[in-house]
Ligand binder design. Sequence first.
Ligand code: NAD
Length: 506
Amino acid sequence: MSAAVASHTGSSLAAVGFDAARLTTGDIVSRSPIDGRVLARLPSVSRADYETALGRSQAAFSAWRAVPAPRRGELVRLFGEAVRAHKPALAELITLEAGKITSEAAGEVQEVIDICDFAVGLSRQLYGLTIASERARHHMLERWHPLGPVGVITAFNFPMAVWAWNATLALICGNSVLWKPSEKTPLTALALHTLFESVAKGFAEAPAGVSTLLVGARPVGEWLADDKRIALLSATGSTRMGREVAVRVAGRFGRSLLELGGNNAMIVAPSAKEDLAVRAITFAAAGTAGQRCTSLRRLYVHGSRYDAIVARLKRAYASLKVGNPLGSDTLVGPLVDAQAFEAMQTALAAARAAGGIVHGGERVNVAGHEAGYYVRPALVELKGPIEASERETFAPILYVFRYETIEQSIAANNSVVQGLSSSLITQDLSEAELFLSGEGSDCGIANINIGPSGAEIGGAFGGEKETGGGRESGSDAWKAYMRRQTQTVNYSATLPLAQGVKFDVE
Ligand code: NAD
């Protein structure tokens, strides 16, 4: 391991109370995308460990559901405070293990803090409804109850925030949590979970096992998918993974919440403000090295603006600083691994073969980090859709198309199988309203004058079609983590039946 990366990793883990020297053996290998070196080795949980964890989680659920929701919120509040206090160390670990530039890594930790704050408020607002009964001296209401152990499977590219979106809501709703992080980012998970455990240990009402970390690869995810004891399985990752998980969970009539791949578009209209458009495009398409589920992948530019926008983008792309994500002026860090680099090159070769004009996309040599996969983000000019532009390649490739009418561009936005995020850059109110209307974007997220990435936690996050249909984080997404019960109470001395049904007995 390079000395700098090794010492950073050790100190980040030590800051959250974990002894990094212990992490030397096991089948799960954490590698830094910065230089490809091994950061640590950890063992997967065995099936026997898994069974023990499930038993503990079920017992924890039985106790935790009886703790008043605002007290459950207090645990999450204390955890949020601990995350605040350790923000730099946690962010550094994200950079080391997932390769995010420092400001995006800090932004991800901030997202954890923000969802804790949101969940604390929510713990006093798990509102039900009262319903007018048709029967005299009856009242009806709808109440929300805890569900049970909630499984959370997460992807490498948001190695902290996605667990926090799920876990904080699941916990205040009275559930226990079992987290299977990506096998590419086990250290980040270990750090955040160690912090959670230390807070939970000092909180008298929190039972042991109220949240459990299950380090492992795909088989551990499959155990969760097949396990009837898991009341809800929230799975974030590729559409391939979601297709497998959805079928397994449905096979046992379980509940799943799926947050899968995107293929997000932006439309640049005739009235678009150019500087705003260029910044929005560049951050959304090249930021995070194109490794966000909401990264911009398809750009539709009106014919009247096409040449000017593409020329600006070529200049902006050429000036992007690609390099070590720990560097303060770096804007584009590495791809996660060799496989991601190969997938990017395969997509670019297909685009060239289909007549596309490719700008950028080549490997960038970063001195001292030759084993890292650094690339210049790519712009690909296309006349129409090709197979590669219809799927998600998890790398910074932006396919650029020309359009003539707003209706045509909205149809193009909606033409792919994914339905996560979308955006329109315009000063034209009618175009904006059409895009946001029922005849407009078919995605879970639709933005005007900002790019498709960088959501705030206050809104429900997720997408339609092959993105999976799940919603996490803000708004009323908490309802996915509870079961709804309709209750009717008769406080009269008689028994009138609904719908006027008569059933008189002596
Ligand atoms: P991935 O699908 O390879 O892995 C995600 C997780 O699923 C990992 O923990 C993995 O071990 C597990 N897994 C894989 N196959 C499984 C199976 N058959 N059963 C159970 N678990 C299984 O994804 P990745 O490469 O880590 O992440 C990138 C993908 O995640 C992209 O497609 C991206 O768009 C998507 N993503 C979506 C969102 C969202 O909210 N919609 C957020 C982040 C990432």
